[in-house]
Design a binder for this molecule. Sequence first.
Ligand code: MN
Length: 262
Amino acid sequence: MKRAEKPVVGLTSDTHDAVHILRCNLGGASFFLQKKSYFDAIAKSGGVPVLVPAFDNPSRTDDYLGLIDGLILTGGFFDIDPALYGEKPIKEMGPLKRARTNMEMRITRKALKLSMPILGICGGHQLINVVFGGTLYQDLQTQMGRRRLKHEQSRPSNRAVHRVQIAKGSRLHGLMGQREIKVNSTHHQAIKDVGKGLLVCARTGDGVIEAVESADDGPFLVGVQWHPELLLENDSPSRRLFAGFMRECRLRKIGSSRGNAR
Ligand code: MN
């Protein structure tokens, strides 16, 4: 494939300060960054990954929409402000990253309007639900009661730990070609009420929603609670998910180069 034909995929950035990342101050420097595994997964699937920064002024990210053919909403060690889904925080809620969440809410809404393919991973999957008016469990352990499965795994996160059942006939089912897969799990929150316009396409045996997709046949919109980018190496369902997303990004790129989209 010629380089020019590769779709460009935006990865939403995390925000950290130097003390957190490097254990030194660097004059109070802060960073826009994201895990290498996301970049690797996109590159291995035939795309060109670029980082979409979480500027304090979220409108500054709008320029990226003209550069990218698809968007991946990433996860991170933080929670979405429950005020955004009409709830007060409980004490088990994790840290918030307001600039990041504001940027991600805004770019997701804009990307949806542009019919851009979107893949949400972990926190990104939860964000899609909030954008569609859904709610989250702020802490599974506290709010969902006793469960059989451990959703914050202690094994390395590139190991699958629990099974998910995929809804028959869903887009995810079409991509995976199977009704059950084994995934990793590094989340303490999960979707509670599903946003209008979304369909639950995977659950665990203990009832936790593990994937959603658009309820219509519109542009690619899938959110997964697990981390396929960490499983990609040895897991064909993860490769198929990325390949399916990339196929849509490529189609969009071809369409836009002919002057159809954008
Ligand atoms: Mn899980």
